[in-house]
Design a protein around this ligand. Sequence first.
Ligand code: STX
Length: 332
Amino acid sequence: MNHAHLDDILYPPIEPYETGELLVGEGNRVYWEQSGNPQGKPVVFLHGGPGGGTAPWHRRFFDPEVYRIVLFDQRGCGRSTPHAGDPDADLRHNTTWHLVADIDLLRRTLGIDRWMVFGGSWGSTLALAYAEAHPHTVSELVLRGIFTLRAHELEWFYEGGASALFPDLWEQFIAPIPVLERARMIEAYHRRLSDPDPAVHGPAGLAWTRWEASTVTLLPDAELVESMSDPASATAFARIENHYFLNRGWLREGQLIADVGAIRHIPGVIVQGRYDVCTPMMTAWDLHRAWPEAEFVMVPDAGHSAAEPGIAAALRAATDRFAASGGGADSE
Ligand code: STX
């Protein structure tokens, strides 16, 4: 993806000062890295998908003089192993609650008492799940493109709603699925994505992933679509997302918004693009109504991606504001 436009909005590119692998159980190794100020205010970045992985530009939302920036690739994707793109990938030990436990194990391994939790899209889902389970470890929440995995959110994107806006791309999304199976797209895709034969899971992974990559920006971003189109990462992204959505994230319907009382005391910012087609604003609005203490920032000319200029600016403003309010690794 081309991020030249972000040079005027985000912090300059930086490299990690430390990287490592966390053994989280069942043979899974989770890649993590730290950048910025080793004595700074800790923040953990939760990437999207699930299955998306982190990228170097994700470090750039945080002032490197102020923040101790922790990025990690969730189980099965990015630089974590085993990789869900492998033909015989086994996702039984990859659920929301495994990831929540992994986040807290990483926190304790790094010797951090409390950290800011920053997540967009699926990263916002995971941030809410983590914070509601471990509220005492979270100093602030910065959430973008709110997604809570309710049935109508999944139906909107995968069962026809968004086809009203992207009928041309929807045609490509449904192409690998025979007509008689199209009433239940998530299940139909699951059958193909779990097939070990690359001739079966390969085209399905590509079509699933390209549907999302082509609809997450306000205007088409060919480089984003290309960057997600290599077979291993497209398969991993599609398999992990589809597995989570088939299982409704192992959440009760509406759980993350219903349980927001556990985190309403935590300073929070909700950033949402008006023209977000992947995770439409209805969910951010429902969260805002349930959690009125959090600052709600609606960006009127943006879609879903964190790289949209208005979204990136709002996210940086949020981390800058919390940086100014202080708080090192051990402060309250
Ligand atoms: N998935 C939403 C999500 O987390 C339903 C997400 N959407 N697009 C992305 O992540 C990428 C930017 C990784 C394509």
